[in-house]
Design a protein around this ligand. Structure first.
Ligand SMILES: [Zn+2]
Length: 451
């Protein structure tokens, strides 16, 4: 049993049901949970002096492709939109193996943790034959870094010869996918409170999987009690694809295959019409908002103010590193704030609204009731920011909106996951950052054939 006291915090931004802002209070952690927030002092094994700090709930990333860390900033794809970008990059991704997955996951999780993110969902959907046990490599990476991790058994069964986008070498049969999905859920999925590892089923997108795979995945996920995720309404190309092939818009197509409901969330969700937004709200189907990727790939702007107004579950996400090109959810929060200010002015979410999207909203997408805000009985996932850093001088009047309106220009001071400090003084404590970076660069050069 261990105890940790966050002592005399200047502010604790709880994001709880009453939007409580604590001033000059203590936060006491026993093992992996918050036991107390308030003025009383407590003895603890470890004490962090938070007298200059703001304490925030850990951010939750609801859509990533960590393997893309090693295919970011490639000059040949920088002027492309989604479909040609994917077709070009699949030629790189078909060379994935366990080492690439392990090191890219560690690098991405490291950057996420250094920027206040405590839980990450990764959408992995490229499984080349003989590439090894890729999800096992990801769960080991998360354990090494100390991150709460939701993996996905993604899938593709529609290759170029069947009218899809990916090459033949990265698609699998439905039987192979179903069998491996069951195995991974059995081995890795922990549904309990404070779980550090979960698995979702996540066929890639309507233009790389068959309708049968979508239907079978939905059936299996519900039988196993796990969640469902895919890319939807990201581009106009996708809309044209489902209209031409099935005579339906993307949401109607997915709805028909059992892909709406409170256990389903989509990445992007940009090109929905008014009726479709209402359908999301009625069914409780969620959206992972990925503003930087959407800007980079010229995909469009998600109708976030309307989604929030209608009560659609919305979380924040960085998307894959090849379309971002990084893993910084704090940066995403600030970009989201600015993007919707540009688009909407009066109805745009505030900085604090976006903090709640990145915490409570994201937790809802992952089906978690134990993370997303700070209160006694919740998981001890949080991060601390020294308010006396020079970039924040003169900007301390609204700590609740600060991360959106001003943003952070460097790593957070502390990140605590499941009661354990994994970032201290802005540095990862679980790995040697310089050694990891050197190893990752060496692996990336081999993988990309650029030695
Ligand atoms: Zn994506």
């Amino acid at each position: 049993m261990s105890t940790l006291l966050i002592k005399n915090a200047r502010y604790i931004i709880s994001c709880d049901d009453r939007d409580t802002l604590y001033e000059r209070c203590n936060l006491f952690i026993r093992d992996n949970a918050i036991e107390y927030i308030g003025p009383a002092d407590r003895q603890a094994d470890q004490v962090i002096d938070a007298s200059r700090m703001a304490v925030y709930p850990g951010l939750i990333n609801t859509h990533h492709h960590l393997y893309q860390i090693f295919s970011r900033n490639l000059p040949e794809v920088q002027r492309m939109e989604l479909f040609p970008w994917l077709v070009t990059l699949y030629e790189v991704w078909k060379g994935l193996d366990e080492e690439v997955i392990s090191l890219s996951s560690q690098v991405g999780m490291g950057e996420l943790l250094k920027n206040g993110c405590t839980t990450c969902f990764d959408h992995h959907y490229v499984f080349p034959a003989h590439a090894g046990d890729l999800l096992a490599a990801q769960f080991r990476a998360a354990e090494t870094l100390g991150m709460r991790f939701h993996a996905s058994r993604g899938s593709m069964d529609l290759s170029q010869k069947d009218g899809g986008l990916p090459p033949d070498s990265v698609v699998q049969t439905i039987d192979e996918i179903m069998e491996d999905s069951q195995r991974l859920v059995r081995v890795w999925h922990d549904p309990d409170r404070f779980s550090m590892r979960q698995v979702a089923l996540a066929p890639c997108s309507p233009f790389s999987v068959s309708g049968e795979l979508l239907r079978e995945s939905a059936k299996l996920a519900r039988a196993l009690g796990v969640r469902l995720h895919t890319h939807v309404a990201e581009t106009k190309d996708e809309e044209q694809f489902t209209l031409e092939k099935f005579g339906l818009r993307p949401l109607a197509y997915l709805d028909r295959l059992g892909w709406t409901g409170p256990d389903v969330w989509y990445a992007h969700g940009i090109h929905f019409n008014d009726e479709e937004l209402r359908r999301l709200a009625v069914t409780g189907t969620g959206v992972a908002h990925c503003p930087i990727s959407n800007m980079k790939l010229s995909s469009g702007v998600c109708r976030l103010p309307e989604l929030l107004e209608l009560g659609v579950p919305v979380g924040l996400a960085v998307d894959g590193s090849a379309s971002n090109d990084g893993s910084n959810l704090l940066e995403e929060l600030r970009v989201a704030y600015l993007l919707h200010r540009l688009q909407n002015s009066k109805t745009a979410p505030t900085g604090y609204d976006l903090l709640k999207v990145a915490t409570r909203g994201s937790a809802r997408l992952l089906g978690r009731t134990d993370i997303g805000y700070l209160a006694a009985g919740m998981a001890a996932d949080l991060f601390l920011v020294d308010l006396d850093r020079i970039e924040l001088a003169g900007a301390q009047f609204d700590p609740m909106s600060l991360l959106g309106t001003v943003g952070l220009k460097g790593p957070v001071d502390y990140t605590i996951v499941n009661g354990r400090p994994v970032v201290q003084q802005g540095q990862l404590v679980t790995v040697d950052e310089a050694a990891l970076s050197a190893h990752a660069n060496e692996c990336a050069r081999r993988y990309l054939g650029r030695i």
